[in-house]
Design a protein around this ligand. Structure first.
Ligand code: FAD
Ligand code: SIN
Length: 528
């Protein structure tokens, strides 16, 4: 088997992985492993934008307060302060690298960044590139890495498991899908930047790569995982048979769109003083409650009071996607329903991106820095990835880790114990997992269903692991196993939080209980 040695290995080529790579490569060699083409990431699909205090009408304190309010008492305040205070510098750095964010003119005719507004924000502070902000960021970062002499990107390399030697993370086992052979990458430190796990639910805004691989790998390696009960459902994804779960950005509500029942009644004023721009958990729950109350399939988003020309310019991608399924958003209401969007929990890290395993860092959606608490404020995740990936890189460089002295890379357990046999039908695991997650671990939960779900998920995970042992070189089998581990972590965390807070709503415990639960839910392998 091939064994590669480098200074830093980064798993993932989204905003977090590339930000880390660019900073670390100022001092050392970096290898980036990515499981598809390099641009394929959640980052590439981000629409609304990136939050930052960049206007004279805004202050750090206001952005901090909005983030804390959304997080429902569970944010780590020092992490939020770091995010907000270091954020604008990171956004400027992206602009220096060539990101072309939308501009407008101030009252004196001077150019300034055009700032949008989204749910839970008390000010206009969302920097954007029309409705394709993530694509522009990914393009910028990839361009900066393209000819970098110290960065090598391996596409279609699937990270299987972390290599932990004497309690420290010294590398990662990877499946080279070109040759179908496992290869080991040994390094002074490893960054997990594998993004989210939306694919644990059947309806999600996330692309197919979002299978929670980093969380599952870290869990198997013994790292602490936190707050997995807080899966954020985005309130407004398209409800249409031809394009289920396509995101209709919150920025559309930021430009004045109103949520309506089928008879035209606006309903958000019943639920929150910020109405349609309330934090996401409130809006998603309101839609869930209204659809259940009326027995309807979806609600509607109405922005028909805005002219077509404005909408085509501000939301070109959304406009044309909707047109492709026969909806002209300038003239017709858009049918919408919530879908799984963002994991607020993940691999627990400190302010330097360190996990509980020495030499293993995590940044971006895979990490739980404490910034989002029980509910992420819109457009804070691209910002979090930038700020904490950069910090992790600086820390890893300054720490001056030595090359690991591993005699030879130990074979991953599952490859060593591989038991070729007739595999389970590949589609069966994902289907069963989705049925449990949708039916028993949705927006509103109850203890009895969570308990049932927990038992079912234990079986599904066992079958998924057997499928990997039967076919250890099949990427989809690993993804299913990883997703089943993620599903079980979501349920385990949900069962431990006997209250309702932020994104976690329990019908058995409807109140927030600060006395007992104002703390993270932390799980390690030994606890489950
Ligand atoms: P990603 O960008 O998802 O990158 C993960 C990388 O890891 C990918 O390259 C993937 O291929 C790779 N990978 C995963 N597993 C493996 C493996 N086993 N082996 C090798 N490689 C692997 N946030 C905002 O702040 N503002 C927005 O406007 C916004 N809009 C969004 C719209 C949509 C449709 C979606 C889905 C998300 C949106 N988000 C937004 C959230 C935000 O995009 C993500 O949280 C963020 O991009 C995550 O970045 P990341 O670098 O952590 O992960
Ligand atoms: C959106 O554009 O609505 C997504 C923003 C986010 O997830 O932060």
């Amino acid at each position: 088997m091939s064994v590669h040695r480098t200074d830093f290995v980064v798993i993932g080529s989204g905003i977090a992985g590339l930000t880390f790579a660019l900073r670390a490569a100022q001092h050392a060699e970096v290898v980036v492993i990515t499981k598809k083409e390099r641009s394929e990431s959640n980052t590439n699909y981000a629409q609304g934008g990136i939050a930052g205090v960049l206007s004279p009408e805004d202050t750090f304190e206001l952005h901090i307060q909005d983030t804390l309010n959304a997080g429902a008492g569970l944010c780590r305040e020092d992490a939020v302060r770091v995010l907000v205070e270091e954020g604008p510098g990171q956004i400027r750095r992206l602009i220096e690298l060539g990101a072309r964010f939308d501009m407008e003119r101030d009252a004196h005719g001077n150019p300034m960044l055009a700032l949008g507004r989204e749910g839970g924000h008390s000010r206009h502070r969302i920097v954007h590139y029309a409705d394709q902000t993530g694509w522009e960021i990914e393009r910028t970062l990839l361009e900066a890495t393209r000819h970098h002499p110290r960065i090598t990107i391996y596409e279609h390399f699937f990270a299987l498991d972390l290599i932990v030697h004497e309690g420290q993370c010294v590398g990662v086992w990877v499946l080279n899908t070109h040759s179908d052979q496992p290869e080991a990458f040994l390094a002074r430190a490893v960054l997990l930047a594998t993004g989210g796990c939306g694919k644990v639910y059947p309806h999600t805004t996330n692309p197919p790569i979002a299978t929670g691989d980093g969380i599952a790998m870290a869990f198997r390696a013994g790292a602490c995982i936190a707050n997995m009960e807080f899966m954020q459902f985005h309130p407004t994804t398209l409800y249409h048979p031809a394009a289920r779960s396509f995101l209709v950005s919150e920025a559309v509500r930021g430009e004045g769109a109103v949520l309506r029942l089928p008879d035209g009644t606006p309903f958000m004023e019943k639920y929150h003083p910020m109405k349609d721009l309330a934090p996401r958990d409130v809006v998603a729950r309101a839609i869930d409650a209204e659809t259940r109350r009326l027995g309807i399939q979806c609600v509607y988003l109405d922005i028909t009071h805005r002219p077509e020309q404005f909408l085509r310019q501000r939301f070109p991608a959304i406009y044309s996607r909707l047109e492709s399924v026969g909806i002209d958003m300038a003239r017709a209401w858009i049918p919408v329903l919530p879908a799984a969007h963002y994991m607020c929990g993940g691999v627990q890290t400190d302010l330097q991106g360190r996990t509980s395993i020495p030499r293993l860092y995590a940044a971006g959606e895979v990490a739980c820095t404490g910034v989002h608490g029980a509910n992420r404020l819109a457009s804070n995740s691209l910002l979090e990835a930038l700020v904490f990936a950069d910090r992790a890189a600086m820390h890893a460089v300054q720490e001056g880790y030595m090359q690991p002295t591993v005699p030879s890379a130990p074979t991953p357990d599952v490859l060593a114990q591989s038991t070729p046999s007739s595999p389970n039908r590949p589609e069966a695991v994902r289907k069963r997992l989705h049925a449990v997650m949708q039916g028993k671990v949705g927006i509103v939960r109850c203890i009895a269903s969570l308990n049932e779900g927990s038992r079912e998920l234990a079986d599904i995970e066992r079958d998924a692991q057997s499928a990997v042992q039967a076919e250890p070189r099949r990427v989809e089998a690993w993804e299913d196993w990883n997703l089943s581990i993620v599903g079980r972590l979501v349920v385990q965390c949900a069962l431990r939080r006997r209250e309702s807070r932020g994104l976690h709503t329990l019908v058995d415990y409807t109140e927030r209980d600060d006395a007992n639960f104002r703390r993270d839910t932390v799980i390690c392998r030994e606890h489950v």
